[in-house]
Design a binder for this molecule. Structure first.
Ligand code: UGA
Length: 434
């Protein structure tokens, strides 16, 4: 099948590459000339484990192409994916200017039937708006499909190739057939393609992310309670997670959810609800809890240092909002840094992938270390903000010899409380007995 993907950001590039991998002829279109040049020359523009290999192979074998020319890019395609940014506007609602702008442009260029697919996370009712934007300039036949993506950064290729489900929202039988054919290689394992109307598909995406965010905020509140009641959140997590109705996944407490999706999508769903005079009470609480949770480690640090952080120096392991990504959007580490600096402390950080992005965002307001142990030199304590695998079983002897105090504040519950106490550390984590 011939496919076009408009927008070569994170979603667009993963989508284009994975469709090429299953034998389709894919053209990716972007207005950013430099980015298109880089991609066409085999230089990948995002960090995503496993993607580069597929990207290079499909590029070499000619199934993956890049262009800035929208007309040429979509000319022969039977399906055109829109993978465009939908940044939150000032009021928290998704800004559709890019999606609708491209839809209008496509309307000017269409000469035959095509399916246009919304891949971006867009508010309920967007499919109708996209339809209207295309129809401004084109009176022929075309269909709009809402096909939300459920990719997690860091495992996006796997999520795309082996999806738990594919959601296809369309009222057109013709579009449904084409989309079913395109996705058939991805659901061989028996996971479902779920067909529904456009509005339900659009809401499914927000409901999925908001539900997961709710699970996290719920567990973060249970963790707070554990600390006050002398219970252990790991035990409670195992105790409730074994119930199939609750499930084991996404029950890990920490220092709040971050990234480009959960914070934005929860906020956007609250905003959409308000627009139809509905107060989505649970989600307001989910956001409040998350804001507080990002700074949950700080009172513990302050208490240890008797409320005087001035002149103290901290080693910080982890900057990315989660492991296996260089993404620092809404990363709890950044909030922790701001609090420490405001209190007169200094910070040396290490992250395997995200230091470049942090340097771009906040420059030399903190120091950056070559590796995780370098970050410890002369520090008063260690703070852990991201659960990279390489932080899980560190050389504790090196930690002891580098830190001024044997103190670790762990926002991701990486270490066994009893084992680390035996090593003589002052260790504080989330929702567990110190
Ligand atoms: C999320 C969803 O998981 C994807 O299904 C969705 O497609 C994507 O958003 C999107 O809308 O594009 P992502 O933001 O990449 O994916 O990250 P997750 O792995 O879901 O983690 C989100 C946040 O939750 C992270 O900050 C993570 O640390 C936190 N988290 C996750 C917890 O605090 N506890 C958990 O148990 C799980």
């Amino acid at each position: 099948m011939k496919i076009a993907v408009v927008g070569t950001g994170y979603v667009g590039l993963v989508t284009g590459t994975c469709f090429a991998e299953t034998g389709n002829d894919v053209t990716c279109v972007d207005i950013d000339r430099r980015k298109v040049e880089k991609l066409a020359n085999g230089e990948i523009t995002i960090y995503e484990p496993g993607l580069e290999k597929l990207f290079l192979r499909n590029l070499k074998e000619g199934r993956l192409n890049f262009t800035t020319d929208l007309e040429a890019g979509i000319k022969d395609a039977s399906i055109v994916f829109l993978a465009l940014p939908t940044p939150p506007g000032e009021d928290g609602s998704a800004d559709l200017k890019y999606v609708l702008g491209v839809a209008e442009d496509i309307g000017k260029l269409l000469t035959d039937y095509k399916v246009l697919v919304d891949k971006s996370t867009v508010p309920v009712g967007t499919a109708e708006k996209v339809h209207a934007a295309v129809a401004k300039n084109y009176t022929g036949e075309f269909d709009i499909v809402s096909n939300p993506e459920f990719l997690r950064e860091g495992v996006a290729v796997d999520d795309f190739m082996k999806p738990d489900r594919v959601v296809i929202g369309t009222s057109s039988e013709r579009a449904r057939k084409l989309m079913g054919e395109l996705y058939s290689p991805f659901v061989r394992s028996g996971n479902p393609v779920i067909y529904m109307d456009e509005r339900s598909a659009e809401l499914t995406k927000y409901a999925a992310n908001s539900f997961l965010a709710t699970k996290i905020s719920f567990m973060n509140e249970i963790a707070q309670l554990c600390e006050k009641l002398g219970a252990d959140v790991d035990m409670v997590r195992l105790g409730i997670g074994s119930d199939d109705r609750i499930g084991k996944r996404f029950l890990f407490p920490g220092i709040g959810y971050g990234g480009s999706c959960f914070p934005k999508d929860v906020q956007a769903l609250v905003k959409s609800s308000r627009e139809v005079a509905y107060d989505f009470q649970i989600l307001n609480a989910v956001m409040d809890v998350n804001e507080k949770q990002k700074l949950h480690l700080l009172p513990k640090v302050r208490r240890y240092f008797k409320d005087d952080l001035k002149g103290k120096h901290f080693a910080l392991w982890g900057l990315a909002f989660k492991p296996n990504t260089d993404d620092i959007r809404e990363a709890p580490a950044l909030y922790i840094i701001e609090e420490l600096l405001a209190a007169g402390a200094t910070v040396t950080a290490f992250d395997p992938e995200a230091m470049k992005n942090v340097r771009q965002a906040i420059g030399d307001r903190i120091n950056y270390a070559e590796n995780q142990y370098d970050a410890l030199k002369g520090a008063d304590a260690l703070i852990i903000a991201t659960e990279w695998n390489e932080f899980r079983t560190p050389d504790f002897l090196k930690i002891v010899t580098s830190l001024k105090n044997k103190a670790i504040f762990d926002g991701r519950n990486l270490f066994d409380v009893a084992a680390i106490a035996e090593l003589g550390f002052h260790y504080e984590s989330i929702g567990r007995k110190a």
